[in-house]
Every structure is written in C-alpha cells, then in structure tokens.
Design a protein around this ligand. Structure first.
Ligand code: 4AD
Ligand code: MG
Length: 430
C-alpha cells in the first residue's frame, strides 16, 4: 500500500493509501468515528465505520486523544462536502503514540499563553499558514537573486565590530576576547562584491533592541544583496524588483494560506511597479501637511512611517535622509552634502520599514574620516578600508528584514508571529 501525504491525496482517488499524522479533532456517533487527521500538508477527514474495521480498532478510535500520532490506512473517496474534496474510508488505524491531555484544545487562548506554548502552537492553523508563507518568501528571495546571477556568500555571525551603531550590539565572550553578534552581513558582503560582482548574504542578525515595539526582534533574518558598479538609483530598482517578485510569488503560491489568515488579498494585488519614490525632505513635507510638528533632520519613527505609507498603495521608497542620523558607511550626496545616498522602503498599511540600504562610501579618505567621527575602533575596520585601497568602485546594496515582510504580507500585527521561535526583549522561551 502506498504512503502519501494529504496534499497529494487527489492522485490516489479510489485507491488504498497509508497516511501518517496527528489527530486534530475527533467526533463519534454510534457506528462511526470521524477523525480529523493533519499531517503537516493538510487535514483530512478519516471516517471509521464499525463494519469496516476490527472491533479492537473501532474501540481504540473511541479512546484517541488530540495530537495522538497515527498511521491510518484506507480508501481515498471523493467527497464534495469537504473543503479538501476527499475523505478516507478507514480500514485500519495504528496508534504510534497516545498523547497526554493537550494544552491547546481547539478554543480561544490569549497570545501570552500561546507564546509560552509556541512549540505546540506551530501545529495550529494560523502559525502553520504564516510559516508556510515565510518559507515561500525566503525561497522567492533566493530564486530572485539566483536567477539574476548573484552568488550567495555566507557572512560571519561572530564579528569584531559594529555595523549598525554601537547601542544595539550583543557582546559575547570569545575565548580571551570580546566579540559581537552580527548586526548585518553588509561589510563582508562588500568584500565579496569586490570578488564576485553581485552577491547576497542571508542569515540571522542580532540587535539588542531595548524598545518593545511590534516591529522589533532581537534576532531576525535579513537578506542583503551587494552590487559592485552600482549607484543608488540602480539599487532602488533592484529593491523594487525584489519586492514585487516576492509579492507576486506569494499571491501565486500561498493564496490558501493568506485566506486562512484572512488577509485582504486585494491590497496585495495593488502592489505593482513602479513604486513611488520620494526624498526624505518630501516625506517631512507630507508629515507636516498631515499635522505633525516634525522638523527636518529628525528620524522617522514607526508612527511617521505609518503616516507616510498611508499615502500610497504600493511600498514607498524614501531616499536621501540626512547623513547625520545614518550609519558611517553611507556615501554623501554630491549634490547636497547634508544628505546620504540611502534609501528605506516603507511597506503599505503601516507595516513600516522593510528595506534599508544605499550607496556605500567608496573613498578611503572619507571613510577614514567617518569611522573616526563615529568613534569606531579603527583596528577593527582595517580590512574594510583595504577594499577602498585595492580597486575601489561605486557600489550599493540593501538589507530586507524577512519578518517585516512576512508581517506585511500575512497582515499580522506583531513580528513575533512571523518567526518560529521569536526572540524579544522579554521573550527567550521556548
Ligand atoms: O535598516 P537596517 O538597519 O540596515 C542594515 O542593517 C544595512 N546594513 C543593510 C544593508 O544595507 N545591507 O536593517 C535592514 C532591515 C530593516 O529595513 C528591517 O526590515 C530589518 O532589517 N530590521 C529588523 N527587523 C526586525 N527586528 C529588528 N530589530 C530589525 N532591525 C532591522
Ligand atoms: Mg534602517
């Protein structure tokens, strides 16, 4: 008898198969047991008729508990009433493990309780749908870059220095020395871009974010392309292409999951190129017109980002922020020295910044000056400065936070639901 999974069940209509999974729900009436079996790819109703199975098997089915693991064998039948379109006419049920009373019975639980049980909650329909979308987003990002000839270069997690400001560094003991968990693979990505032309890195990044917001994790995943011979304009084109590719892929492959999540799919269908592009200065004008008293030079926080994104249906690229608030590696705008050649992409519907990046400082003298001005330890950046000594070229890149994109596409209020096991200021369990 063939083993199969619920997602492939249609191919086995009229045949006997073995399914392996967990009991999601269970109801009985006299001569029948209805077992809802989930196997990770879907859920199927398995109908156990007293006349079709041995008396022992029929009796055992009455004693099964939620999340007990089972092997179920039977005949695949078409069933117009079921959402799946098929059910299983059971011939045999083999118990693998009888589960203890399950804490997450199918009823309403608070988020705090669910988070404490995240290791079990993953089995429920919302996290399950969310993480399938996440998996597709990551695949789409990788496909996007692979199809365009970018080389995947893995960057280190233990680093000797800060990339994104010293206030959010996680310090770890590294034998007799100190190291920091990486905040971004960018600096290493720049070295790799000088070796391969176009590269990307993808991995976990860490920020000791002391703020408790719905957009910040202390451990999150970032995909970061870096391109040699690339300016801010071209960088923005790649960011726009990537995001529209990812949205298109999720709409194509994960529509069912978006429905489970009750995502307003129309809003995602409106995400089409070209995306609007505005300068930071124009963003400040929008904010002032909308009644805030923000001054030119101030950073845009979550609330400001939401106000700006409300003006557009697609993500908006905000470029050329004041240099003073930005990282040391950014190139100044030759047309206005107060500005940096940088860009943030803000997702619609108030999901905030999903991408940050820009053109890098390619002059050795300028970079040395900036490292000093940011009071960064020059020894730690000696290797990075070498990149400006040996064939320095204009180059640019960006980082896209996977969790922010998942939150946006799934319509989730908080990023903690977008990653299997979130890490936040107050949360490191399970
Ligand atoms: O804007 P950020 O800090 O940019 C960088 O790290 C650059 N070095 C990237 C580059 O140019 N290669 O972070 C990039 C993105 C943000 O736009 C956001 O999506 C995400 O990373 N991000 C976070 N996501 C979740 N929790 C946090 N604490 C995040 N911090 C940044
Ligand atoms: Mg940023």
């Amino acid at each position: 008898m063939e083993q199969t999974r619920v997602s492939n069940i249609a191919a086995f209509e009229g045949q006997e198969v073995e399914l392996r999974g967990w009991l999601y729900n269970h109801r009985s009436s006299g001569k029948l047991h209805f077992l809802q079996l989930r196997d990770g790819t879907g859920t199927i109703q398995c109908v156990v008729f007293k006349g079709d199975v041995s008396p022992e098997v029929f009796a055992r089915c009455g004693e099964l508990t939620q999340e007990s693991s089972l092997l179920v064998r039977g005949l695949v039948r078409r069933d117009e009433r079921s959402p799946l379109g098929y059910e299983l006419g059971v011939r045999d049920v083999e118990l693998v493990h009888l589960a203890e009373p399950y804490p997450l019975a199918p009823k309403e639980h608070g988020v705090a309780f669910l988070m404490e049980h995240r290791h079990l909650w993953l089995r429920s329909s919302r996290p399950h749908a969310t993480l399938r979308v996440r998996s597709e987003i990551i695949k789409a990002c990788r496909d996007f870059f692979d199809e365009r000839g970018f080389i995947l270069v893995d960057t280190p997690i233990f680093t000797p220095a800060a990339c994104e400001g010293t206030s959010t560094l996680f310090e770890v003991k590294y034998f007799e020395e100190k190291a920091y968990l990486t905040q971004s693979g960018q600096l290493y990505g720049e070295a790799a871009a000088m070796a391969f032309g176009n590269i990307y890195c993808f991995g976990p990044t860490f920020r000791a974010e002391k703020s408790k917001t719905r957009r910040h994790l202390t451990e999150f995943w970032m995909i970061e392309p870096e391109m040699a011979f690339c300016d801010l304009q071209q960088d923005m084109n790649v960011a726009e292409d990537l995001v529209s590719y990812v949205v298109g892929r999720v709409l194509e492959k994960r529509r069912e999951e978006l429905k489970v999540l009750e995502r307003d799919i129309d809003r995602l269908e409106k995400v089409t190129k070209p995306f609007p592009r505005i300068t930071y200065t124009e963003a400040i004008e929008i904010l002032r017109r909308k009644g805030t008293d923000i001054e030119w030079g101030a950073d845009l926080g979550g609330d400001e980002e939401t106000l700006i994104s409300e003006e557009f249906t697609a993500p908006v690229l905000v470029h050329r922020y004041p240099r003073a608030m930005k990282a040391f590696y950014m190139k100044g705008d030759p047309e206005d020295e107060r500005l940096a050649l940088c860009v943030d992409m803000l997702a619609p519907e108030g999901y905030g910044e999903i991408i940050g990046g820009g053109q890098r400082e390619d002059s050795l003298a300028e970079l040395e000056r900036k490292i000093a001005a940011h009071q960064l330890p020059p020894e730690a950046f000696a290797w990075y400065l070498d990149l400006r000594r040996f064939g320095s070229v204009p180059h640019a890149g960006f980082g896209m936070g996977i969790e922010r994109v998942v939150a946006w596409l799934c319509g989730l209020h908080h990023v903690r639901e977008t990653i299997p096991f979130p890490r936040t200021l107050y949360h490191m369990y399970p």
